[in-house]
Design a binder for this molecule. Structure first.
Ligand code: 5GP
Ligand code: MN
Length: 322
């Protein structure tokens, strides 16, 4: 466990960053820690770095104070790298890691090999936000930290629904609620509410979805021209893979969207047996056993074919071991 007070003794500049295309947990863990340090270490210059966040997070406390680029001479004494399984996931903020005197990584990805000076990695934790909570003194926690950590936990547990939700996760959520946060508002505004166009593209993805492998796999893809038609971007596609996964009796959901010609961002989810993290890692990505992602080249047909081969192999092993 990290001792924050020890780590931050006489430290002047602290930088915090999360992974590229930040989700609720990356954003919530970074801003949760940011508000805590700002309140309790007033002499220290604390900055958060994140790529542009989804519109749904526009009311999240501190979101307007986020830096999107690293300044020329910014060299942190301590750099907190949150919710990042590897250095690549830092994108442009890898520069902060390079310049930092000390790098602390807090993460819950099973694929994280420990690339920092200090690594606090707990693969069975629900979220990085839960791990940040464990490092903080409850008495000294401002409500803004509670709101952000609650958002992170809500997003990575799919609103306390995924198997990563432990009794401890629920206890932490209860403690955060007692800080006086608007828990229902955070869940609705940042997780469930969708714009009209986001719902339209979700509908499109569902309409065009295909069942494969004896209905064990559900698959859908969105091309750039469809995103242009509905006027949406990649962050508007968050949550589609989860809706695909809610199709009863499926084991794996595969969702792709085109990032450039013949290049697709892949999201994988599984219900019970398939370890999608090893599949994503095989193709250069990573994640968790039940939720993982990667970027793949080729036609949609190539991508799906390559992934389903791995799913088939795992399901066969599962059958053989019975
Ligand atoms: P999503 O499908 O929602 O983009 O991501 C699911 C999980 O896999 C998240 O925990 C995310 O951090 C991880 N993930 C997604 N894409 C990548 C990737 O390209 N590389 C790595 N290492 N992890 C990824
Ligand atoms: Mn996370």
């Amino acid at each position: 466990m990290i001792n924050l007070a020890e780590e931050l003794k006489q430290v002047r500049f602290v930088a915090i960053a999360g992974h590229v295309r930040p989700d609720g947990d990356a954003t919530g863990s970074c801003l949760g820690l940011y508000h805590y340090l700002k309140k309790n270490y007033p002499e220290t210059d604390v900055r958060v770095y994140l790529e542009n966040t989804p519109q749904a997070y526009s009311k999240v406390p501190g979101i307007d104070e986020v830096f999107h680029e690293v300044g020329e001479n910014e060299a942190p004494d301590v750099f907190f790298c949150l919710d990042c399984a590897d250095e690549k996931r830092l994108g442009g903020f890898a520069e902060l890691k390079k310049r930092a005197k000390r790098v602390i990584c807090i993460d819950h990805h099973v694929s994280n090999g420990g690339f920092a000076d200090v690594n606090y990695i707990v693969p069975d934790a629900s979220s990085t936000s839960e791990l940040v909570f464990r490092l903080l003194d409850e008495e000294k926690m401002p409500v803004e930290t509670a709101e952000n950590l609650y958002m992170g936990i809500v997003h990575d547990t799919g609103v306390f629904r995924h198997s990563c939700t432990s009794p401890e996760t629920m206890e932490i959520a209860a403690t955060l609620m007692r800080k006086g946060i608007d828990a229902a508002g955070i869940i609705n505004r940042t997780f469930y509410d969708k714009t009209y166009h986001q719902n339209q593209i979700l509908g499109r993805a569902l309409l065009e979805s295909i069942l494969l492998m004896d209905k064990k796999v559900i698959f859908s893809a969105i091309r750039q021209k469809e995103m242009d038609f509905y006027g949406v971007g990649p962050s508007d596609l968050d949550g589609i893979v989860q809706v695909l996964m809610s199709t009863a009796d499926t084991e794996v959901a595969i969702f792709l969207y085109e990032v450039s010609p013949q290049t697709f961002k892949v999201s994988l989810r599984s219900r019970e047996f398939v370890d999608v993290s090893t599949i994503a890692a095989y193709f250069g990505g990573g994640g968790h056993i039940r939720a993982a992602g990667c970027t793949m080249q080729g036609s949609i047909y190539d991508v799906v074919n390559n992934i389903t081969l791995h799913i088939e192999k795992q399901l066969r092993q599962e059958r053989d071991s019975d």
